[in-house]
Design a protein. Sequence first.
Length: 150
Amino acid sequence: MNTKAAVDDFLAQRSLAVVGVSRSGKKFGNMAYRELRDKGYQLFPVHPEAEVLEGDKCYTGLSELPEQTGGVLIIVPPNQTEQVVRDAAAAKIPRVWIQQGAESEEAVRFCEEHDMDVVAGECILMFAEPLRFYHKPHRWVWKLLGKLPR
C-alpha cells in the first residue's frame, strides 16, 4: 500500500532516472519527463536504443548512469517493469515509482523483498509540486473520496 511518507520521500529526491521516455516524444513518459524537468528535477532518461531523449543524453541502462540517483520512475508496460526494478536493485537505487499503468505485482513484491521503497499505481504528476491546473482538481476529488495515500 502506498503511503504519503513514501510519496513525499520519493519526490524529495531531486535526482531521478526515468525509464519509459520514448523516441517519438509523444508518450506519457515524455510528458512526465518534461514536466518533472520543468519542476527542477535533475533527470536521467534511460532507453536501450536512444542516445538523446528530450534534448538530454540518454543512458542504455540504470547501471550506466553517471551518478547515483535517489530513485527511478518507471513508465513502461507491466511486462517490462519487473526487469527494471531488478536493474534498479543492482544499481543500488533505493526508491522506485511504478507509474499508473506500469504496475506489476511481481515488481512490487520484488521491491518489498529487497527493502526498496516503492510507490505503485499512482500518477507522479498528481503529487509533484507545483501542480498543474489539470492535476489540482483531480487531486482534490481523490482527497475528497479518500483515495490519496495516507
